[in-house]
Design a protein around this ligand. Structure first.
Ligand code: MN
Ligand code: MN
Length: 360
């Protein structure tokens, strides 16, 4: 069943007249057409008994028509988009309309209320999340390609390591290198040296790389609409034994989690596997975030790999495994790979070595 057919199936089962998709990423997921409309209006209307309608700013009509095989309607800036939608949609008298509650801002919601004056609005978000949770073979192939670019990106970072450079110097070299390969980063590249790496959401700055310290890279690329996300922590100079111990403990925690991932195991159990390694060593309080997050067309999506989440893993789920130990003022380590649940294990999207690598 195509992804759009799955929405039609949802409408039939839920006895809902219309689905209105408003999140540009969901529209891309369902149709292959991506556009960021900024403050303009972009909607996909799906019905059970009429062909869908893609409503776009006029300047996007040509590009949209080339991608989708159903009706595309544009509006120019001087037109009232809500009146234009009302005049064009198949079911202005709809009684039930499913909207993406997690995406819709109030202005658009009010606009849609003027379009569907008689409708009750229900939430489409859980269904979309459920669909996006299980990736198809084609999506997994795209995630692998995005992962290969993350591997390239982290190696660009390794090649740039030099004690006379700042964190942002190295960020710039990574981002420039990926841009030259025709791709984009999927979020702000993080390069954190020494104590700055002890902050799980530290911001790269103008401080020069520390010698005899650890250096953390957290980065990802967005390729064909799919994201990657990986973290490597490496040694610059000769870090002391304590730093190396924390590194190897983090790696052991990551491997403990990865080795138990397969269909039937819960998200809670995977988090627990990594966390108990770190707790047993006495550093539990310094691993202060969940083990991982789902990834796909967004860098963060479902499922959340955390304590208390009884979600049972299924083949096709994609998520990160990223334990970290952050001891303020001393050391910060995180090791992260994303992968997909296979028939009997977990296939990683990134391959860069996790031996503690040394640079000077
Ligand atoms: Mn991540
Ligand atoms: Mn990351």
């Amino acid at each position: 069943m195509s992804k759009l057919d799955q929405i039609v199936d949802f409408l039939e089962t839920e006895k809902t007249d219309v689905a209105v998709v408003s999140d540009p990423v969901t529209i891309n997921y369902l149709t292959g057409f991506y556009s960021d409309p900024h403050e303009r209006q972009l909607f996909l209307f799906v019905y059970t008994d009429h062909e869908p309608l893609l409503f776009v700013p006029a300047l996007e009509v040509e590009r949209a028509t080339a991608v989708v095989d159903f009706q595309v309607l544009g509006y120019v800036d001087s037109e009232n988009p809500w009146e234009k939608i009302k005049g064009a949609i198949a079911k202005p008298d709809a009684k039930t309309v499913a909207l993406e509650f997690d995406n819709l801002i109030l202005t658009k919601y009010h606009g849609l209320q003027t379009v569907f004056e008689k409708a009750q609005f229900t939430n489409l978000t859980p269904r979309i999340n459920r669909m996006r949770l299980i990736k198809s073979a084609d999506e997994i192939q795209k995630m692998l390609v995005a992962g290969q670019y993350a591997d390239k990106a982290v190696h660009l970072g390794f090649d740039a390591i030099s004690l006379d450079k700042t964190e942002t110097d190295i960020v710039a070299e990574i981002d420039f290198g990926i841009k030259r390969l025709g791709q984009e980063m999927s979020f702000e590249t993080m390069v954190l040296t020494g104590n700055n790496a002890a902050n799980p959401h530290g911001i790269p700055g103008s401080n020069k790389l520390e010698n005899d310290a650890l250096l953390l890279f957290d980065l990802g690329c967005m390729v064909n609409g799919y994201a990657s996300d990986m973290t490597r922590t490496v040694a610059v100079g000769k870090p002391d034994d304590f730093k190396k111990e924390i590194y190897h403990l983090t790696l052991e925690a990551q491997q403990a989690a990865i080795s138990m991932i397969k269909p039937g195991v819960t998200a809670h159990e995977v988090d627990r596997a990594a966390r108990s390694v770190i707790e047993k060593a006495g550093y539990g309080e310094y691993f202060n975030h969940r083990l991982g997050h789902g990834i796909g067309m967004d860098v963060h999506e479902f499922p959340s790999i955390m304590e208390g989440n009884d979600l049972v893993l299924e083949e096709g789920m994609c998520f990160s495994v990223e334990p970290g130990i952050y001891i303020p003022g001393k050391v910060g380590v995180r090791i992260e790979d994303c992968g997909h649940v296979t028939k009997d294990g977990f296939g990683l999207f990134t391959e860069t070595s996790k031996d503690l690598l040394y640079f000077d």
